[in-house]
Design a protein around this ligand. Sequence first.
Ligand code: PLP
Length: 361
Amino acid sequence: MIYLDYQATRPLAPEAKEAMLRWLDGPDGTGFGNPHSSHRLGRQAEAAVEVARERVAALFPTGGRVIFTGSATEALNLALRGSEPSRAGKPIAVSAIEHSAVLDTALDLPGDTTILPVDNDGFVDREVPFPPVVGVVSVMQVNNEIGTIQPTAALHARARAAGALFVCDAVQAAGKVPIAEADVIAISAHKFHGPKGIGALWVRDGVELHPLVTGGGQEGGLRSGTLSPALCAGMGAAAQLALERMEADAAHVAALWDRARELFAGWELNGPAERRWKGNLNIRRDGLDVARLMSDVREVMFSAGSACASESGKPSRILGAIGLTQTEARGSVRIGFGRYTTMDELERAAGMLIRAAAQQG
Ligand code: PLP
């Protein structure tokens, strides 16, 4: 099996797994404590959670706090729904290529949602008009389907000048590139070789959010419920490793990207060639039947546009937003690679995909 679907999820880093095992039950059976209990077992678990929180916080800008959540989707819901009282009915503006965790949540909230258009490479213009009165602007840092890196710093400055909260979905940026400035930022551990089932929301000091989940008052009252020390420790270890290896991982990804572009020379690139994350190659070929390609090349785990879009069978909304026709979107594949992908795996997978595509005529 060759795994080339790094935007959907990433293999668990051995270092993260090791950190988790200690807090599942541990070699001497003392790792199962409730981090909110005040006895020794609880305090040990709490200490592990706080070490993890510091490691995760190191991914973010300074001047804020980290709230653990069950996923980035939950973190984004907390950001958008939790800002309702301060938004006070003012419109929300989101980019046209946001993940559904942002778009569907924004559309579900009362009041107007403005969709900020993108160009043919998926970029939001840094001077894009916001609604005359705006409460929240939400633009992602790195797109999950086409890799575009948005000018979030400029958009954040403009949102601040307009008196709006700037929310950033940094799920595909965290651990790969430095996370850009924003007011509220969401990330997910499994996208940087941590475990699934845990995400985090970073909240700038002074930003007030309203909780979605109430109860025991954990996470400063913003997200009640007992934390899993094992998941926190896994996320913390993965964050620490990602920071240590950021340059080396990026150099490896750039080398894989250059080779992949050579191998797929006859295919059209979807999304930008520059100002992008290079571990995400979204390409298309006229008349390609992606469903047939997937069944012909079962050894390679790749994606048709995006994992979510392929489940629904609908052509990708993101590829539509950058101007592709439905046929072009249907003939597109997303190949995602990273830290543990070898050059040999990439070359073998490309060989299989290119041969199978050529056989389609
Ligand atoms: N935002 C982006 C850009 C993503 O790629 C994803 C997952 O694919 C999410 C949000 C949601 O993350 P999770 O499924 O971990 O909640």
